[in-house]
Design a protein around this ligand. Structure first.
Ligand code: VG1
Ligand code: CO
Length: 551
């Protein structure tokens, strides 16, 4: 390894053959914890990252994770590898706890060459759960496809890796340590992030709301946002102790599934949707980049959440000057498009995955962006940001002085309503899922002009994206059936699952102001649901009578 300084003793470990399965998916490399415990497995992927990421030798790198099983040990290993690769300064956090948005902020603030985030996001953790490695670039955002492809190519030809024999320090005490010639800085992973939130939102105003009889329940799902949420809601904003539930990060997330949706965060959902003790509820996922927003008897679907933030953005000090534009991922409903049109700003449609927003944010073409999968964010960092979205909602409610349900009703009355649902069929046999998907894709040319649920299909294609900033093309991003009345059905195979395949079916139909805005979404979409069931033969081919998760 010629790029390691000669005064830096290192071990060179030879591999008999490279691992063949280290292809990053929608959001990094995600595998079972067991797989990651295979000797040299983590090290191989990290070696590829350290070889490919520009500026590693002599640069600063940020490292942390969501606290899941394997987090601390992996930090020790990666620190020793970073030292062997000539990293000048490695910035990590107490106990290795660092949310994905906080990592993005640290990378930017420190001028780091990138970051490594140890998380499988919303996938369960623990010895029987999943582990993951996300790689971010110097802008603080997920590695673009060009970088992940280069990392993957490097894993395919790897014959060994380098690691420092020095012992990595513990992560309990804040301070700066020497690890070989590298400086290893252990800091409080919460502080800088919270300071950024205080710049964007009016904490006094939100505190006044939380000290009134407005009751908030926040569910950290035993994942990374606990320490952040306790600092923000209970310590700084004065919400009563106990506002943050499941606030201690656990290695296995308490056996739960840290995915903030109506199925996996059902305890919180029941509190808000069935009880009346709370006015506002929110939850974040394993690594803190997603959010679910609930009001009393009111679930805010994430596509609508993005639209509401866009329509009300100027109520937050950080966005008082207005927005440059908005972007949403392709399967996300067009609710934000309608707001953008009405407010006269640009709106972009990108493939699924936050990495596709990076260029638009860096170029200043958009300020807000979001995905239907409970991800919302802005140009303050280059990741989606769960707590940021929660604070944004509280800011809007504090200024407008109304309930979540009133915000939604007002929004639909003005912009119309996009009835929307995602049906996930999880852990299907891979062959069955791929067969189903291939069959529909092959049918696409003949579907154009045909009827689906009584409406003509005006476009049937496999979504392909041309990045407006750098012109790069990303094809094969999801099968779209666009109908004459603006309704649509989209099919995708997940890139984040670790067991078999997950089929996602996205359903959407628009009702303009003046129409029936108060239907149950599943009923409003029932004709599309049964039409796509017939067309894609979902039940027969997956052997599943109904979806695993309906959002
Ligand atoms: C899912 C979501 C996608 C999100 C991705 C990463 O991907 O659908 O919108 O960007 O997870 O989220 P897929 O390929 O399973 O549909 V997370 O919170 O890793 O960071
Ligand atoms: Co996540």
């Amino acid at each position: 390894m010629s790029h390691s300084p000669s005064d830096n003793p290192l071990l060179r470990i030879d591999l008999n053959q490279p691992f063949s399965d280290q292809k990053p998916g929608t959001s990094g490399l995600r595998k079972s914890s067991r797989q990651f415990q295979t000797p040299h497995y983590l090290e191989s992927f990290i070696e590829a990252v350290l070889r490919v990421l520009p500026g590693v030798a002599g640069g600063t790198l940020v490292l942390g994770g969501d606290g899941r099983f394997g987090n601390k040990e992996a930090i020790g290993t990666i620190a020793r590898m970073a030292a062997a690769h000539g990293v000048a300064r490695l910035v990590t956090t107490q106990a290795g706890i660092l949310s994905t948005p906080a990592a993005s902020h640290l990378i930017r603030q420190r001028g780091a060459v990138g970051g490594i985030i140890l998380s499988a996001s919303h996938n369960p953790g623990g010895p029987e759960g999943d582990f993951g490695v996300k790689v971010n670039g110097a802008n603080g955002g997920p590695a673009p496809e060009s970088l992940t492809e280069a990392i993957y190519a490097a894993t395919q030809v790897l014959d060994g890796y380098c690691i420092s024999p020095a012992v990595a320090p513990g992560l309990d005490v804040i301070g700066t340590y020497d690890l070989g010639p590298m400086k290893l800085e252990v800091l409080d992973g919460v502080e800088d992030y919270v300071a950024l939130m205080q710049q964007l939102f009016d904490f006094d105003r939100i505190a006044a709301l939380l000290r009134s009889d407005f009751r908030v329940a926040f569910d950290a799902m035993h994942a990374v946002t606990g320490p952040y949420a306790i600092r923000v809601f209970e310590e700084l904003l004065g919400a009563p102790a106990g506002t943050v539930r499941n606030g201690v990060p656990l290695q296995d997330f308490g056996g739960g599934h840290p995915d903030p949706n109506l199925t996996y965060a059902h305890e919180l959902a029941d509190l808000l949707l069935k009880g009346n003790a709370y006015d506002f509820g929110a939850a974040c996922d394993g690594d803190g980049d997603r959010n679910m927003i609930l009001g009393r008897s009111c679930f805010v679907n994430p596509s609508d959440s993005l639209a509401v933030l866009a329509a009300n953005a100027t109520l937050a000090p950080g966005y008082a000057g207005g927005l440059a534009g908005v972007a949403r991922s392709m399967p996300t409903s067009a609710a934000a498009d309608v707001v953008a049109k009405e407010l006269g700003m640009a709106c972009f449609e990108t493939p699924t995955g936050w990495k596709f927003f990076g260029n638009l944010l860096d170029a200043g073409r958009i300020t807000l962006c979001g995905e239907e999968s409970f991800g919302t964010g802005s140009n303050h960092i280059r990741e989606k940001d769960g707590l940021w979205a929660v604070l944004f909602w509280l800011q809007i409610l504090a200024v407008r002085g109304c309930s979540v349900a009133e915000v939604m009703a007002g929004h639909w009355n003005r912009f119309g309503r996009h009835y929307y649902s995602r049906h996930d069929y999880e852990a299907i046999a891979s062959q069955a899922a791929e067969g189903l998907y291939r069959r529909v894709r092959n049918q696409l040319p003949s579907l154009q002009g045909q009827l689906l649920a009584g409406r003509s299909i005006v476009t049937a294609d496999d979504f392909s994206y041309v990045d407006p900033v750098d012109g790069s093309v990303s094809g094969g991003q999801g099968l779209r059936l666009l109908l004459e009345d603006g309704s649509r059905v989209v099919l995708r195979l997940s890139g984040t699952g670790t067991q078999g395949a997950t089929l996602r079916v996205y359903l959407e139909s628009y009702v303009a102001p003046g129409g029936d805005l108060n239907q149950d979404p599943q009923l409003a979409l029932a004709d599309l649901t049964s039409a796509i069931e017939g067309l894609a033969e979902i039940q027969v081919r997956t052997g599943m009578a109904k979806p695993t998760v309906i959002t």
